[in-house]
Design a protein around this ligand. Structure first.
Ligand SMILES: Nc1nc2c(ncn2[C@@H]2O[C@H](COP(=O)(O)OP(=O)(O)OP(=O)(O)O)[C@@H](O)[C@H]2O)c(=O)[nH]1
Length: 402
């Protein structure tokens, strides 16, 4: 019994002791003791701050893309996004009727030298011998050509003498009439572009380098499309790499197909294929652009003859248009003559008439070659090509009403 009592007492003492030890500790953990007023606080050394990295250790302002380990591509069962193909918008070329009248201001500006010069002379009271010489000089200066000018002035003088013309406006009117007559207004200037015998009409453009063949080919295509025809282009200029591209772009703009061949390939075979394709798809007109060539290079000129002969295996070429740069003046005439010997030129297109005061070249070209000027180029714009109309042209040439 005594042992039991002693054991119980010992147990109580132990439990009391244990409680006394544990509770104060727990309290200390929960509430830090408030600093006693006035007591100094020993600042504990802060836990070691991360050291400021040396400059070269600073992270870059733009962090480099994290190196991500390539994850296996997720299996997507969605269809890949459809990339919309850009469909070029098809243009509607300007109508051709009255184009020359619309482009008259441009023509009049470039022909100003001739118009002004003539009007100054014509405004004199009496036309003396030297006045007539001045008129002659103005016309020759405008590239009308010596021979044509002499004929023209002679006829005008005769009329003035017989009719006793006095007023400036009358002389001017008579001069205009003589200029129109020199342009042979009755020549057939229509383009043979109508399909016949179950095949398209074939038009070939020829000329020296840089005369404006490709551009004119494109512009003619637009003229035809504006008039409701269908066309196909044949890029037989395989010599200049960009030419086929340039022509195809003209085609795309108006929704016309372009047949091309390999760069440096045989131009005759491209021209042949173009006409073949034109027959297959049934277009109205096939327009064939040829490479620019120097009229004094025999090989190149022979090649041009070959292109025409090969195309003619399908049937005759309906139009062979010689593209002449109006700014080359009288030199252009010699070029033209050689071309007419190699291929049978049926019409002339005088380009860059907007860039010269020498519009009289139209008269000289027709007179020397006996071939009608059918179209004139009056700018680099896609619709800056006009059917040639003598009266409207003279009107512009004289810088006012003819
Ligand atoms: N101002 C003006 N520029 C024109 C006219 N016609 C063509 N051109 C410009 O003349 C330059 C030559 O034209 P192209 O059509 O490339 O000449 P091309 O005869 O095909 O040249 P090649 O293939 O090298 O023989 C281009 O910058 C045309 O924009 C025109 O009537 N007026």
């Amino acid at each position: 019994m005594e042992y039991v009592v002693a054991a119980v007492i010992l147990l109580v003492v132990l439990v009391a002791g244990a409680v006394g030890l544990v509770v104060p500790r727990m309290r200390r953990k929960e509430l830090p003791p408030p600093p006693s007023p006035g007591s100094t606080t020993t600042l504990e050394r802060p836990p070691t701050a991360p050291a400021v990295p040396a400059e070269d250790e600073l992270p870059p302002l733009i962090s480099p893309a994290p190196v991500v380990e390539e994850a296996p591509a997720p299996v997507v069962d969605e269809a890949p996004p459809v990339v919309e193909e850009e469909i070029p918008e098809i243009e509607q070329p300007a109508p051709t009727a009255g184009r020359l009248v619309r482009l008259r201001a441009r023509l009049a500006r470039s022909q100003n030298a001739l118009g002004r010069g003539l009007l100054t002379v014509l405004s004199r009271d009496h036309l003396e011998e030297e006045d007539w010489e001045e008129i002659e000089e103005s016309l020759i200066g405008a590239d009308v050509g010596v021979e044509a000018t002499q004929v023209l002035v002679e006829r005008l003088r005769e009329r003035v003498r017989i009719l006793g013309t006095r007023s400036v406006s009358e002389v001017r009117e008579q001069l205009a009439e003589e200029l129109v007559a020199a342009l042979e207004p009755d020549l057939d200037r229509s383009l043979k572009t109508t399909p016949h015998d179950g095949r398209p009409a074939v038009v070939m453009v020829v000329g020296v380098n840089g005369a404006g063949k490709t551009t004119t080919c494109g512009k003619i295509g637009r003229v035809l499309i504006a008039d409701g025809r269908t066309v196909l282009f044949g890029a037989a200029d395989t010599f200049r790499a960009a030419a086929a591209e340039q022509l195809a772009t003209w085609g795309e703009r108006v929704g016309a197909e372009t047949v091309r061949g390999p760069e440096g390939g045989d131009p005759a075979s491209v021209a042949f294929d173009a006409v073949k394709r034109g027959i297959e798809v049934g277009v109205d007109t096939v327009l064939i652009d040829t490479a620019g060539r120097l009229q004094n290079k025999v090989g190149l000129m022979d090649e041009l003859g070959k292109v025409k002969r090969v195309v003619e295996k399908h049937g005759p070429v309906d139009e062979t248009l010689l593209i002449l740069d109006a700014t080359t003046g009288q030199n252009g005439l010699e070029q033209a003559r050689v071309f007419t010997e190699v291929v049978d030129v049926t019409g002339v297109v005088l380009t860059k008439l907007d860039g010269t005061a020498k519009g009289g070249i139209v008269i000289a070209v027709q007179r020397k070659l006996g071939i009608p000027v059918k179209l004139v180029g009056l700018g680099e714009g896609p619709d800056d090509l006009a059917p040639f109309e003598p009266a409207a042209f003279v009107e512009a040439l004289l810088g006012g009403d003819a």
